[in-house]
Ligand binder design. Structure first.
Ligand code: ASP
Length: 315
């Protein structure tokens, strides 16, 4: 049924065959319901692209760019600081159902990593990383931009407090703490500090084309140079003739399970989108926060095991 829904992603949606377009957006697993306003605004931006004759890919990119500009989200402006307390390195990716893919990893000092990823898609490459990705952006006219916010600083301070350290910015000592962190028996905190807030979108346009896009400042505890699932083809996002998928959660766990492509393969096998989304989330133990957006030929679904601000626009 055409219309708009927004809110907590632990709800399920489905559509009939009369639908012309579908737009789903999310503000990251663990993002509060109060952030759904931005997800709805991002969906509106995507719809404006479709209404102007644009394709699903452009719509997904527009939605994610809008979310990157909201400093409440861990993507673009507002991205997480690395454990060193100084560095922000961002990942973003875009994919269309005809196989076009572009991504950036560990890019620094740009306002909209997803727009740079969209430019990588126009090159023969799939993924540009680090200083090369930033130089590519500059070459194409993306201005220098400092994405650090007061909110990111506060989050970093809280994260360090949760680790029981004082964050002197020294890379090697942070690394040592991180390695200790990975063994759960050493944790002196629960899973709560490992929050994410990647943003993402999936779109089906009136011509049946699908697209997915995502952008992230990464997880809460990260070494410099850490790359998550978002720019790894088939891990964080995937799109093909049967649909599009965007995931959010701890990137290492998503990549291990090849989540987006796995869910997509279920769509290709005829599994209903709601079921595919549910199965995707069920691949993870409850201690790991995980969320997915799924749109297929027969419907769409948003699923997560935590709160996740999201919006859907179906027309
Ligand atoms: N998947 C992202 C990452 O690990 C984080 C997130 O989804 O919030 O980089």
């Amino acid at each position: 049924m055409p219309g708009r829904l927004r809110g907590d992603a632990r709800s399920w949606y489905a559509q009939g065959n009369d639908v012309k377009h579908v737009i789903l957006t999310h503000g990251g697993v663990t993002s509060p319901q109060s952030h759904a306003d931005s997800c709805a605004a991002a969906a509106d931006d995507a719809l404006a692209v479709l209404n102007a004759g644009g394709e699903a890919l452009g719509a997904a990119i527009a939605a994610v760019a809008r979310l990157e500009d909201d400093p409440r989200f861990n993507a673009g402006t507002g991205s997480n600081l690395r454990l060193d307390g100084r560095t922000i390195e961002m990942d973003a990716a875009v994919m269309a159902s005809d196989g076009r893919f572009g991504a950036v990893a560990s890019i620094e000092r740009v306002k909209n990593p997803v727009l740079v990823a969209a430019k990588v898609l126009e090159t023969p490459h799939l993924l540009l990383a680090g200083v090369g990705a930033t130089a590519f952006a500059r070459r194409l006219g993306f201005d220098d931009h400092d994405p650090v916010t007061e909110g990111a600083r506060e989050k970093h301070a809280r994260a360090l407090a949760a680790l029981g350290g004082n964050g002197d910015g020294d890379f090697s000592s942070d690394a040592a703490r991180f390695h200790a962190l990975t063994a759960k028996r050493f944790w002196n905190f629960d899973a709560e500090p490992l929050e994410c807030d990647t943003v993402g979108a999936v779109v089906r346009d009136a011509h049946g084309r699908f697209a997915a896009a995502a952008s992230t400042g990464g997880s809460t505890y990260m070494l410099r140079g850490r790359v998550g699932d978002v720019p790894l083809l088939g891990a964080g996002i995937y799109a093909g003739p049967h649909g599009a998928v965007a995931a959010t959660g701890i990137g290492e766990e998503i990549a291990r399970r090849f989540l987006a492509r796995t869910v997509y393969d279920w769509l290709a096998d005829g599994v209903a989108p709601a079921r595919a989304a549910q199965r995707g989330v069920a691949m993870f133990p409850d201690v790991l926060a995980i969320g997915v957006l799924v749109v297929g030929r027969t419907g769409q679904a948003v699923a997560s095991n935590r709160t996740m601000a999201s919006a859907q626009l179906v027309g």
